[in-house]
Ligand binder design. Sequence first.
Ligand SMILES: Nc1nc2c(ncn2[C@@H]2O[C@H](COP(=O)(O)OP(=O)(O)O)[C@@H](O)[C@H]2O)c(=O)[nH]1
Ligand SMILES: [Mg+2]
Length: 387
Amino acid sequence: MNMFSKFFKKQKQPESHEIEIIESDTKDLKLNKVSELEDPSINLTESVDIIEKNTQIIDKLDNIVDILKADSDFKILQEDIEETKQKNWLKSLRGGLEKTRNNLGKKLLGVFGGGKISPELYDELETTLLSSDIGIRSTKYILDEIRNKVTLKGLKDANELKDALKNILIELLTTIKKPLEIKDKKPHVIMLVGVNGSGKTTTIGKLTKYFQQQGKSVILGAADTFRAAAREQLIEWGKRNNVVVISQENGDPASVAFDTVKSAFANNIDIVLIDTAGRLSTQTNLMEEIKKIKRITNKALNEDPHETLLILDSNIGQNALSQLKAFDEAIGVTGLIVTKLDGTAKGGVICAIAKENPVPLLFIGIGEKIDDLREFDPVEYVNALID
Ligand SMILES: Nc1nc2c(ncn2[C@@H]2O[C@H](COP(=O)(O)OP(=O)(O)O)[C@@H](O)[C@H]2O)c(=O)[nH]1
Ligand SMILES: [Mg+2]
């Protein structure tokens, strides 16, 4: 994309709403130069000269990046960075799940601590799983599977059961592992829903960076118009990620969503993330409002949002299931993001979801920082959960 198209795309704005445009210093420079062009008193040749010089610099920088990319040392360095990032993530995940691991792990140690496999062992295992928010149905499923494995493999020693348990959990959780699919058609619209405080706005901040790292452009819609602080929080994330946020003071949430999608079309943006207000799932009128956001988004897009992601705070344990049911019945949930897995002892709830309402779990959040979000990986998760 050349500098002209970059600039002119940024200039298109919906008329009726306050729009936050956040640009980096260098982009500001470019904007100034081109806006001078719009002033007839400025010498056009001079402005074109400036743009050509800038274009040459950008071309040179592109060349340098290409040379670096082809260099094998640079590739090794990149691989090292990726490896370090992955190690750091696993460390954080393990750290985050410490409380759940301590709760579940210590009890499992007691259960599997030695001796022969006995009926009492199954009872103890059942109590342990239930107390870790794994849920009634998945606990029953896990116990049945363990019994099968014991018979099939002729296991006698209780110690051997831990690996069997880990494998069963990995198999169970793999049923809800699904990467986010982004269609070629632009824009790809993602609506984030969930009760107040579950982590929607923070997750949008993290997702923005996630998409940008894949080279995708992002626009944010602040359809949580009830609290000024909520809007400001999203605008702050917009600034940090250098992306446009469509917002409207005291406005209608559905019309903000509409304008965000329209703006994405006009500016050829890849991803639309729509933040919504906290909806207490028991309050029907609030649910009606979120349905309206979805309906009006459909009007702008000519189809439903591509994803309606429910954000669940893992601290609520088994309540996650009732929230999922309420939101799913009201607007149809296409995927989940489970947040705040750091510092909760209720990390087992993901297993309950996998058995009782298996909606794909796309990402997990393990902290408030921008990098504390990852695609859900059952193997990483179970290894961090059980030693
Ligand atoms: N520890 C932790 N805090 C989180 C996580 N995600 C969000 N938060 C915090 O939870 C609070 C509510 O988050 P927010 O995004 O405002 O929730 P919203 O009301 O659903 O938009 C904020 O203080 C966030 O910093 C997480 O994964 N871990
Ligand atoms: Mg919010």
